[in-house]
Design a protein around this ligand. Structure first.
Ligand code: SAH
Length: 331
């Protein structure tokens, strides 16, 4: 059987690695014209009902102070504090339906009525009714990662629900008019090359508008604390392969790239990634939005602009949301 993605290419090094990334960069420029989307993320709540073994916000982490931002605090960030280059807002949380109902639905309605910002959400696997309410409120892009594409591996990592449910959610979101982005973590403990191959094949079979790959970062207060981190080079190869196979995908440069390599973020933007994220979570809460450990790499506007320039790109003046809107009109 021939695969869309060859997992052996993930090990490319030296000239082969550089050529793979350079080719992906060219493909990216041919579609997006050197423009990189700039969004802001707000991590609105770290309450989580899930128990993913790789994630610091897992419900069994009883030592983590939990927070849920209030509507007024969120309003101030969105309406008063956004840097000028931001065209889209991404709202992310642990899996916290209370935050969605009580705070995020009203916030999203206000944003969509009073600004031209595109609205993305990354809120976990929710009741289908809530997806509908989020969409009616004005969100258009749903980020829901698969994390790993092997059922047994997914179960062992205690990822949300089970893989089937996660895939059903992706299909449901797609059928109900969302643009959907998924993704996976590279270098997860117990992840074999066969599992990575399965994950890439599965991602290629889904109706996605975007896809991410993040290197695994061991979290200090998680059961996987002692495991090694993912490889920067392999992650760049994965980004490049995704770009080559799916030229139209929106592929983010993830902040974890800075933890695995000094030049990781700019390298991602030179290897096929075309979306950056400025972190707008209030400074006093950032440490508690615990994906891995307190030493997160916080992306501010100046750093993002520096890396965009290093990668010989320009910030997009068009939002992700209106880019997708223009695709709708083209068909
Ligand atoms: N709860 C939501 C999204 C928030 S978590 C959901 O389940 O969709 C955001 C993302 O952080 C996860 O999708 C996961 O891919 C990533 N993440 C968590 N722990 C990580 C780790 N140790 N290394 C790399 N990425 C991690």
């Amino acid at each position: 059987m021939s695969h869309m993605f060859e997992v052996s290419d993930l090990n490319a090094s030296g000239v082969q690695h550089r050529e793979l990334c350079a080719k992906a960069n060219q493909v990216c420029d041919s579609i997006f014209g050197e423009r990189v989307f700039v969004r802001a993320v707000i991590e609105a709540s770290n309450y989580c009902r899930e128990n993913c073994t790789y994630c610091g916000m897992r419900r069994d982490n009883k030592s983590l102070p939990r927070y849920r931002l209030e509507l007024d605090a969120l309003r101030r960030i969105v309406f008063d504090d956004l840097p000028a280059t931001v065209t889209d807002i991404n709202i992310q949380t642990g899996e916290d339906p209370v935050a969605v109902r009580e705070v995020l639905l009203p916030l999203i309605s206000e944003i969509s009525h009073s600004t031209s910002l595109g609205i993305s959400v990354c809120l976990g696997t929710l009741d289908t009714r809530l997806y509908g309410e989020l969409k009616d409120a004005g969100a258009t892009y749903y980020i829901i990662k698969m994390e790993t594409g092997d059922e047994e591996h997914y179960k062992k990592l205690e990822s949300p629900g089970n893989l089937r449910e996660r895939l059903d959610a992706i299909w449901h979101l797609h059928r109900t008019g969302w643009r959907v982005s998924s993704g996976f973590i590279l270098g997860l403990p117990f992840q074999t090359p066969a599992i990575v191959q399965k994950t890439l094949d599965l991602l290629a079979s889904l109706p996605l508008a975007g896809c991410s790959v993040s290197p695994f970062i061991p979290g200090e207060s998680t059961p996987l604390a002692g495991h090694p981190m993912g490889s920067a080079r392999q992650t760049l190869n994965a980004i490049a392969l995704m770009r080559t196979m799916r030229p139209n995908w929106v592929i983010p440069a993830v902040s974890a790239m800075n933890l695995v390599s000094d030049t990781g973020y700019a390298d991602a933007l030179r290897s096929g990634a075309n979306l950056t994220t400025i972190n707008m979570t209030p400074p006093e809460r950032r440490g508690d939005y615990l994906l891995y450990d307190k030493k997160r790499f916080i992306m501010k506007e100046a750093l993002i602009l520096r890396d965009i320039e290093k990668a010989a790109k320009r910030p997009s003046l068009t939002s992700l949301a209106s880019y997708f809107e223009s695709l709708n009109q083209a068909v």
